[in-house]
Design a protein around this ligand. Structure first.
Ligand code: SAM
Length: 245
């Protein structure tokens, strides 16, 4: 089965590929890009939903997005044309850990992509490499809302609780200037949209050779979520500045 197909279908109803609703995204972007002429970079941009919203809101902002997925970047390109912002968006299909730019950025985003860098702190180190003095980083990552089961750790990996997560970020030289803790509704919506989009597609395409497998992926994921990690998984998005440059 093509993982890209699963990824594309599962995000049909939830364009931001993280547990955040439209209003949360708007408020987080407002605190990250407020001057209106910033250069913005998104590491692990997916369909570039964050960048497209920023470009649409600010006619003088320019943006670059990096992702390994050709399909997601193609979708981002098409959406940029539809919104008339393609002249201000550059997309790079490459490993974000290897991305280099001759000029720094005023804002660096990386939401739900910390696994690409080996965790939250390495993601912040990578963002810092690209950040202009006084710039802001918008980063989103998981934390444990409650002590996780062994199964939850097995599925999701290793995280800290909320307070420890923020303590580690501040000890690493960053100061949060805004933040958002995903609500129960945002977390549940994200999972229902993920599994629901896949299930809907499978039921609508019974003749497709992938239909049964996709229905099974949706069902397995839904069971794992409900039985293994719904109560322990939390998601935190921070707007950060360097505590000292
Ligand atoms: C959960 S999605 C988040 C997408 C986007 N930031 C958002 O919030 O909508 C994670 C993204 O990271 C990308 N990714 C994973 N590993 C990567 C890597 N090494 N370099 C660049 N992108 C990567 C995936 O292709 C995917 O689009």
């Amino acid at each position: 089965m093509d993982r890209e197909k699963i990824s594309r279908l599962s995000h049909a109803d939830h364009p931001i590929n993280s547990p955040l609703d439209d209003e949360s995204v708007r408020r987080l972007l407002h605190r990250t890009v407020d001057r209106g002429d910033e250069r913005v970079l998104d590491l692990g941009c997916g369909e570039a939903a964050w960048l497209l919203r920023t470009l649409a809101a600010h006619p003088e902002v320019t943006a670059e997005g990096v992702d390994t997925s050709a399909q997601l970047l193609a979708k981002a390109r098409k959406e940029a044309v539809d919104r008339g912002v393609e002249d201000r968006l550059v997309l790079h299909q490459q490993d974000a850990t290897e991305f280099a730019s001759p000029r720094p950025f005023d804002a660096v985003l990386s939401v739900g992509a910390t696994h690409a860098f080996g965790g939250l702190l390495p993601t912040l180190d990578a963002a810092r490499e690209h950040l202009a003095p006084g710039g802001r980083v918008l980063v989103g990552d998981a934390y444990w809302e409650r002590e996780p089961s062994a199964a939850a750790r097995e599925i999701l990996g290793e995280y800290e609780d909320l307070a420890t997560t923020v303590d580690r970020v501040t000890a690493h030289g960053w100061t949060p200037v805004f933040g958002h803790i995903s609500t129960r509704q945002e977390l549940d919506d994200f999972e229902w949209c993920w599994t629901g989009s896949l299930a809907t597609w499978a039921l609508d395409h019974p003749e497709d050779p992938d239909s049964a497998e996709i229905l099974n992926v949706a069902s397995t994921h839904r069971s794992q979520w409900l039985s293994s990690y719904r109560d322990s998984f939390g998601f935190l998005t921070l707007v950060l500045r360097r505590t000292s440059e």
